[in-house]
Ligand binder design. Structure first.
Ligand code: DGL
Length: 268
């Protein structure tokens, strides 16, 4: 197998990274994908840096053994606190992540320079988005809001539910009060509530980290001459550390297609 025919490795703390797989499947329909979701140890968004680094190293090791051509950190929390660790382990292999892609898109979209970020507690505390934006453009103001209730509501499938709307009405006002014109959806799950967010934050550019990451992956593969030339249907393999009740139903909602090849493995 030549380099271009190898799969893209995508990983997340659980099921949420399937939003990135979905975006990849739409943008790069000929690419094979190996996905790992740490469903036994999710959520990461409330865990400490040390623990997330340790788990992320184990996942990276597993995906390197799958002989992938590029790694995508689909989890904002992992990208925020363990991106350096993953890159050190990956060596020469290209590693892309949702935070870099989201910051690029936000800087391109903002006019006022006031950018909001919604994310998990750990991502907000890491200040990773503010640093990523500052590295790309001086003078932007990044205002962050931790939204810990959104992940369980979205996994419940309450994408257009009064409780989710009310929750957004708690989380959004501090961001809107700062006159943001761009809002980064800084968590794997949030692209699923984009229609609700568009209603509750009208006129604000929403940066969907799944589509921006898929675009960045397409560019990175093209630059390295690594786009898969196959015209047959791609191969998708999904690995998880646990198969909880309703995993398939939730996963297929995130992915928008059936999950056929699913395997449970234990890490560490
Ligand atoms: N995947 C995580 C993120 O994007 C959300 C779920 C979790 O807390 O593990 O931040």
């Amino acid at each position: 197998m030549n380099e271009a025919q190898k799969a893209i490795g995508v990983f997340d703390s659980g099921v949420g990274g399937l939003t990135v797989v979905r975006a990849l499947s739409e943008r790069l329909p000929c690419e094979n994908i190996v996905y790992f979701g740490d469903t036994a140890r999710v959520p990461y968004g409330t865990k400490s840096r040390g623990t997330i680094e340790q788990f992320s190293a184990q996942i990276t090791q597993f995906l390197l053994e799958q002989n992938v051509k590029l790694l995508v950190i689909a989890c904002n929390t992992i990208a925020a606190v363990a991106g350096a660790k993953v890159r050190a382990l990956a060596g020469a292999l290209p590693v892309l992540d949702v935070i870099g892609a989201g910051a690029d898109a936000a800087v391109a979209a903002t006019r006022s320079g006031h950018i909001g970020v919604m994310a998990t507690v750990t991502t907000v505390n890491s200040n990773a988005y503010a640093r990523a934006v500052a590295a790309r453009r001086e003078g932007c103001r990044v205002i962050s809001q931790a939204c810990p209730l959104l992940v369980p509501l979205i996994e419940e499938g309450w994408l257009d539910h009064p409780v989710t709307r009310l929750t957004l009405r708690e989380y959004l006002p501090p961001l809107l009060a700062e006159n943001i014109d761009t809002l980064i959806l800084g968590c794997t799950h949030y692209p699923l509530i984009k229609p609700l967010l568009a209603e509750e934050a009208p006129g604000i550019a929403l940066v969907d980290s799944s589509t921006t990451t898929a675009e960045a992956v397409a560019q990175a593969l093209a630059e390295r001459d690594l786009l898969n030339p196959q015209s047959t249907a791609p191969d998708y393999r999904f690995f998880v550390s646990d198969i909880p009740l309703r995993f398939r139903a939730i996963g297929e909602r995130f992915l928008n297609r059936p999950i056929d090849q699913l395997e449970m493995i234990s890490l560490g």
